[in-house]
Write a protein that binds this ligand. Structure first.
Ligand SMILES: *[C@@H]1O[C@H](CO)[C@@H](O)[C@H](O)[C@H]1NC(C)=O
Ligand SMILES: *[C@@H]1O[C@H](CO)[C@@H](O)[C@H](O)[C@H]1NC(C)=O
Ligand SMILES: *[C@@H]1O[C@H](CO)[C@@H](O)[C@H](O)[C@H]1NC(C)=O
Ligand SMILES: *[C@@H]1O[C@H](CO)[C@@H](O)[C@H](O)[C@H]1NC(C)=O
Ligand SMILES: *[C@@H]1O[C@H](CO)[C@@H](O)[C@H](O)[C@H]1NC(C)=O
Ligand SMILES: *[C@@H]1O[C@H](CO)[C@@H](O)[C@H](O)[C@H]1NC(C)=O
Ligand SMILES: *[C@@H]1O[C@H](CO)[C@@H](O)[C@H](O)[C@H]1NC(C)=O
Length: 478
């Protein structure tokens, strides 16, 4: 479903890898020594990634190693496969990597278990342009001397365990195009010196413990395409200078913070915006009507704020995911631009004041749906027809409505993991097919009969007319 996201990431990837021509020939002794020392620092290599690395063989042909036309090592590229837990490396990054004087790019991605502090060997590699050490367990502080790596065009420590503040010396890395520090344990505020990094296209600091107001410095990033500051502790208003990022910005993600104030009307100028995430903040007021101009938006999350009616009528050709849940909206109906979307896969409209007989909702397509959350509305009728047409549904939440249907008629597709129809008017028995779910809640309905064997707690079944059997009381013998 998210092809265009993928192609965007592939584009960044292609740009960073372009013009690399692998060569094979002898191996410079410094490069061989440095690489073998790196291998010595690795204590476990369960998929034998480094087993071809043997003294006296041509290091330019080793797995993960690429040389320049003078047979000097130019790139180290070792990546684990996210779906294969075995493809990991344990150990530390040897300081001997600094012997690889021509190394200009390091990719140590998804190796999961590289430990130790910030690799200071980087400071002795003057040509270094790209450093991606992602999804591992490096820890400690990011040292002030990071500011010495002034040739860097990309720096990513995405998903490690770095602590402490982002050093203000980072302002010296003025060639940086990508800065990715998401998924660490960083604290403190965003150093205002980041405003010097005028070439940034990609700034992602999500999932840290960063706090304070967002600096009003976004006019300094004319090339920015992706801004991800989600899941931190930022406070204050959405700064006015964000408006300078229009129309180029593609992703604006500020969700899961403590931002206050209104959603600024200038967001309507972000003609290229793909994703707007302002969910889980403390935003108030109405949603500006200018958002109707966001014709390219695919993902919109404004959930868990205190926003009020009226919600603008969007002019989108198709939306992929929408979450307006848990605000103070009274939408009355599911918006037409949602119902007509040919590509929607996630619809979350919990507590949105929707009054509807579910059979009367005729979405243009149902095939791609992964998630539907209509909890806490005033929806009547039955979801049986809808779930009959959603072949890949993963989650369906509709608690706290007035749905009336026989649970045994509800199709439970293999992909379904989460089903909550608690606090409705559901009748019939609990079918055996629910045992394949990860989570179930059918409490406070009118179900009856013996429960099938499942792993769910009693609270998933309480408050029905006559359900019996484990985890509820045993059924009476007839
Ligand atoms: C891990 O990889 C090694 C070497 O490729 C293989 O022998 C082993 O069976 C794998 N273990 C698992 C659990 O996949
Ligand atoms: C990660 O590395 C540590 C020490 O280097 C080791 O004790 C641990 O078993 C490794 N964990 C995995 C999952 O490989
Ligand atoms: C960083 O550069 C400063 C001078 O700009 C120098 O004093 C310091 O030793 C350098 N640090 C490292 C780790 O190279
Ligand atoms: C932004 O961060 C969130 C995690 O908080 C992640 O789910 C999302 O994919 C990120 N978006 C981009 C464009 O990096
Ligand atoms: C949408 O943009 C056009 C110009 O591109 C502008 O005239 C119009 O006022 C905008 N509409 C809204 C609702 O902001
Ligand atoms: C569900 O689909 C089956 C065939 O796939 C059909 O026989 C049945 O009538 C459908 N039920 C509803 C309520 O749409
Ligand atoms: C099921 O829903 C009820 C009421 O909505 C709630 O009190 C209970 O904790 C839920 N149980 C589970 C297992 O989700």
């Amino acid at each position: 479903m998210k092809h265009h996201h993928l192609s965007l990431l592939l584009l960044f990837f292609a740009l960073t890898l372009r013009s690399l021509t692998p060569t094979s020939a002898a191996c410079h002794v410094d490069d061989e020594t440095g690489l073998l020392a790196f291998k010595l620092g690795i204590t476990a290599d369960p998929s034998n990634m480094l087993s071809p690395w043997k003294k006296g063989t041509i290091c330019c042909m080793w797995y993960g190693v690429t040389c320049n036309s003078n047979n000097r090592v130019r790139m180290l590229y070792l990546t684990g496969q996210p779906d294969k837990p075995n493809s990991s490396l344990s150990g530390t990054i040897s300081p001997s990597l600094s012997k690889l004087k021509f190394l200009d790019r390091i990719y140590l991605q998804d190796l999961r278990n590289l430990t130790g502090p910030f690799p200071v060997c980087l400071f002795q590699l003057p040509n270094l342009k790209y450093v991606y050490i992602e999804n591992s367990k490096l820890s400690g502080r990011i040292p002030d001397s990071v500011g010495n790596l002034t040739q860097l065009q990309a720096l990513s420590f995405y998903y490690n365990r770095f602590t402490g503040p982002i050093p203000s010396s980072i302002s010296r890395l003025t060639q940086l195009v990508q800065l990715k520090l998401g998924g660490n344990l960083l604290t403190g505020s965003i150093p205002t010196g980041i405003k010097n990094l005028n070439k940034l296209t990609y700034l992602t600091l999500e999932r840290n413990g960063l706090s304070g107001p967002l600096p009003d410095f976004f006019a300094s990033f004319p090339e920015l395409r992706i801004l991800n500051l989600t899941r931190n502790k930022f406070t204050g208003k959405i700064p006015a200078s964000i408006s300078a990022l229009a129309p180029k910005l593609l992703y604006l993600e500020l969700g899961h913070n403590a931002l206050t104030g209104q959603i600024p009307a200038f967001l309507g100028n972000f003609k290229a915006l793909d994703t707007l995430d302002l969910g889980y903040n403390k935003l108030t007021g109405t949603v500006p009507q200018t958002l109707a101009n966001l014709t390219k938006i695919f993902n919109l999350d404004l959930s868990h704020n205190q926003l009020v009616d009226p919600f603008p009528q969007l002019n989108v050709k198709g939306i992929e995911s929408l979450d307006l849940s848990y605000n103070k909206f009274h939408l009355n109906e599911i918006p037409k631009w949602v119902t007509s979307s040919p590509i929607i896969y996630s619809l979350k409209l919990a507590n949105c004041g929707i009054k509807l007989k579910l059979e009367d909702w005729k979405p243009a397509q149902t095939y791609y749906y992964d998630y539907i959350d209509l909890s806490g509305n005033q929806i009547t009728g039955s979801p049986v027809g809808l779930l009959n047409k959603t072949d890949f549904l993963v989650g369906f939440w509709a608690s706290g409505n007035k749905l009336k249907f026989n649970l045994e008629s509800l199709r439970i597709v293999q992909t379904l993991k989460d089903l909550d129809v608690s606090r409705n008017l559901v009748f019939g028995k609990v079918p055996k097919t629910v045992s394949g779910l990860d989570r179930l809640n059918v409490s406070y309905n009118h179900l009856c009969g013996q429960l099938p064997a499942t792993k769910f707690p009693a609270s998933a079944f309480l408050g029905n007319d006559c359900l019996c059997g484990s985890p509820l009381a045993a059924c009476k013998k007839v």
